[in-house]
Write a protein that binds this ligand. Sequence first.
Ligand SMILES: O=C(O)CCC(=O)C(=O)O
Ligand SMILES: [Fe+2]
Length: 336
Amino acid sequence: MNYASADIVPINRIPVVDISGLRDGTDSAAVAKALIAASQNPGFIYVRGHGIPDDLIDAARAAAFRFFRQDETAKEAVRVSKSHRGWLSQGGAKMQDGAKPDLKESFIWGFEDQAGETPLDHELRGPNRWPDSVPELHGLAMRYFEEAHTVARDLMRGFAKGLGLSEEFFLKSCDVPLSRASFVWYPQQDASLGEDQFGVGPHTDFGVLTVLCQDDVGGLQVQDVSGAWIEAPPIEGTLVVNVGDLLARWTNNLCKSTPHRVVNRSNRERLSLVLAFDPDPQTMIDQRAVFGPDHEPSAEPITCGDYLSWRFAKAFDYRNRESDQKSDRGDGKTGD
Ligand SMILES: O=C(O)CCC(=O)C(=O)O
Ligand SMILES: [Fe+2]
């Protein structure tokens, strides 16, 4: 038995883009151009100059490790809710038929206001579930959420500018975003588990944009346009950003949502911090707003909230809902 294999290719297959000039406005046009080029191929980007403080990342990671390393009983206390908040145990997301369950566990949380309240306007959000057993997790996770969300907003300004739209195009309704974040924990994975065993199996992300902070363990693999799997190894000081299915839909597939997976071949546990960026639930995802009123949309307009509800319903067993008949490229598999 062996691990799922991926070509080791030069890192420049996935470009590194420094976004400092976008954040401070000194070079936003060049950064925007680089972001759009990378989003077309391969749909993955290493982002440098993102501004998230290293000490926050370290502290959030340490708290997440304390959470995951507990026994199941402590984690059960915050088991994932219907509104997708809390601890998702191994195998909690629906597998492709016959596929082995993913090895990962996740802890998921989302937007809350200054008073710690979450709006209850959409089925995919509800009160965050903070563990009493790791009290520092709440503050660190929310600080990380804010910081990563700021990066996502900056990037969305860059994407809009690169597409020739007003910089705020993707952020017009983003006051109470459906964005969610997760810590994703991958145990060490023995080769004897076989080539069809993954930390997280091949999938595309559902939402608009994913901002991933991986650690130094490695194991992320990305499928290039020819179908080959390539490694996306950790590069110090960078985040990995990828286009999700909803941005691909919004841009008529100009920006590509690329399949990816994780195989942890190290002899260490791996931990990722993931922000899935999405705007407010009522945001209309309509290609004509991007390409003009004469554009013939390749996908019908849909609100962000309805789209995510449909995709989540297909993907998560615990939500116990039937999928509908709408067509899309998704296979029901998710990284969330
Ligand atoms: O942990 C990683 O490197 C990838 C995680 C991922 O693909 C996801 O959460 O959607
Ligand atoms: Fe993913």
